[in-house]
Design a protein. Structure first.
Length: 115
């Protein structure tokens, strides 16, 4: 807990591993998204039929809006690029309660992830 940045990398790796396991069960793939302009999203889960969902991983509630902002920017870019609407946009946290904030971005505690 003395190095929150390192702990954040470990937590993100755990979430990505879980998403890959769940995605594999439904024959989907998990990708990371990064643009040279600075937009980065931790995980995009894409189905064979083109449906997709995007996730940001954060260590606490105070970073939820930062993650939501990135997810909204990605969704806007994907719409413009003809990739359609996301099935879901969500920020994954270590604990707490799940909810939908701001109308379009969900907040999911890691314990609530599942197939």
């Amino acid at each position: 807990m003395d190095d929150l940045e390192y702990f954040g990398f470990l937590f993100e790796s755990l979430v990505i591993r879980d998403l890959r396991v769940y995605a594999q069960a439904i024959e989907a793939e998990v990708f990371h998204y990064r643009e040279k302009g600075g937009l980065e999203v931790d995980a995009i889960v894409e189905m064979d039929d083109g449906r997709w969902a995007a996730f940001e991983v954060k260590l606490g509630e105070r970073w939820v809006e930062d993650g939501a902002r990135s997810l909204r920017r990605l969704a806007h870019r994907m719409r413009r690029g003809g990739r359609g609407e996301p099935s879901a946009l969500a920020v994954v946290l270590p604990g707490g309660y799940g909810y939908v904030g701001g109308g379009d971005v969900g907040v999911i505690p890691i314990g609530a992830l599942g197939p």
